[in-house]
Design a protein around this ligand. Structure first.
Ligand SMILES: *Cc1c(COP(=O)(O)O)cnc(C)c1O
Length: 422
């Protein structure tokens, strides 16, 4: 049995330039440590669905209610994705059509807000997201965004400030979630606040939804009106998005995704999401999610032992944010030095960062990829030592002697725990 796609040799003979990129990107992934907290290594099965002829099909609308003929087969894929998604998260309703996390978020605004209305969300420099009302995004241009941050002492979400702002501004929507929040979020407390001020409670679970799927951390689904997420971060599916919500909001969400914000759904990606949701329901995935959290905790503590302080004192999730001021290195330099040693991570603003975002005083590290590769807590201690050495004693020049030594140890690690084993 065969399907069309994935014939590398044929692509290579027709387009060696792009074929070369596909291969050298795989080489890059295999050759270094991927610690970007928002990335993961999706399974060959997910990639198979992505590279299929379902990409060709126009299927505007929803299963059984399409604007095009010939949708019987793709309807099966979308129905499977919807049912598996609802089952996985115990949700009343799922929409699996958003093209990405940002598209899913756009649909949430479309479903619940009119231009000019107020949203209360976490500020970007304190760990929020561009789509949570920043001035450069549609969300900040078309809506009135009010932002809460973190507490200066605990560096965790400042709930008292959130409550004060909600009572003062009476937002239409209260949003929780972000891109650099290492700790659990108190969904129960925010639900109570939303009820008090008559707001919709939206959780943007893009980063941590995989941990929820694997039952490694508590779920926002029982508390929120609507939960949007990406499917390519800890969840480990295709690059895409999805939304789950209560039955009450199902019609509003569906209309906001299509036709308000999007055109034809990407049926190949929806099929890949269905495969991923099936993977996420297995005991292997649950074990993976727990290991991601355990690894992140050990990585954060070990970096602290090397003088690289985790904000909030550590992490409960898959990521930690580290303050480099104690070792006198900027986030920008740390990113470049780690990269030269084969360790891919990103500079990140820390709360109340004195440096501009383009330089930043911190780094963000996450364990989804290295855990997919089978690494455990022992390897996390090694990785912390390698990061600390590369960042404090190495250089952005790959020929630096210390950097070369670190790189050799990185090569040893990724040889023992390969990404996409041959
Ligand atoms: C990653 C992320 C998004 C955006 O997802 P894209 O797929 O890149 O559009 C939205 N919100 C949060 C909190 C994220 O972390």
């Amino acid at each position: 049995m065969t399907f069309y796609g994935s014939d590398y040799a044929e692509l290579e003979s027709f387009d060696p330039d792009i074929a070369g990129v596909l291969l050298s990107e795989l080489g890059r992934i295999r050759g270094g440590l991927q610690l970007i907290a928002s990335e993961n290594l999706s399974s060959p099965r997910v990639l198979t669905a992505l590279g299929s002829t379902l990409s060709n099909k126009y299927a505007e609308g929803y299963p059984g209610r399409r604007y095009y003929g010939g949708c019987a087969e793709v309807d099966k894929a979308e129905n499977l994705a919807i049912e598996r998604c609802k089952e996985l998260f115990g949700a009343d309703h799922a929409n699996v059509q958003p093209h990405s996390g940002a598209s899913a978020n756009q649909a949430v605004y479309g479903a619940f807000m009119k231009p000019g209305e107020t949203i209360l969300a976490m500020s970007l420099p304190h760990g929020g997201h561009l789509t949570h009302g920043t001035k450069v995004s549609f969300s900040g241009k078309w809506f009135n965004a009010v932002h809460y941050g973190v507490d200066q002492e605990t560096e965790d979400i400042n709930y008292a400030q959130m409550e004060e702002l909600a009572r003062e501004h009476r937002p239409k929507v209260i949003c929780a979630g972000g891109s650099a929040i290492p700790r659990l979020i108190d969904f129960e407390r925010i639900r109570a606040l939303a009820d008090e001020v008559g707001a919709i409670f939206w959780v943007d679970a893009a980063h941590f939804i995989g941990l929820v799927a694997g039952k490694a951390i508590p779920s926002p689904v029982p508390y929120a009106d609507v939960v949007s997420f990406t499917t390519h971060k800890v969840l480990r599916g295709p690059r895409s998005g999805a939304i789950v919500c209560t039955a009450e909001h199902a019609a509003a969400i569906d209309k906001a995704v299509f036709p308000m914000m999007q055109g034809g759904p990407q049926m190949h990606t929806i099929a890949a999401k269905a495969v991923n949701f099936k993977e996420c329901a297995t005991p292997e995935y649950a074990a993976y999610a727990k290991q991601v959290v355990e690894n992140a905790a050990v990585l954060a503590t070990s970096l602290a032992e090397h003088g690289i302080r985790p904000t909030t004192g550590g992490t409960d999730t898959h990521l930690s944010l580290h303050d480099l001021q104690g070792v006198g290195v900027t986030g920008k330099d740390a990113e470049a030095r780690a990269d030269a040693a084969g360790i891919v991570l990103n500079k990140n603003a820390i709360p109340f960062d004195p440096a501009p975002p383009s330089v930043a005083s911190g780094i963000r590290v996450g364990t989804p990829c290295v855990t997919t590769q089978g690494m455990g807590t022992e390897e996390m201690r090694t990785i912390a030592r390698l990061i600390a050495t590369a960042v404090t004693k190495g250089d952005a020049d790959p020929d630096n002697a210390v950097t070369r030594e670190v790189r050799a140890e990185v090569t040893d690690l990724v040889t023992r725990f390969p990404a996409y084993p041959r």
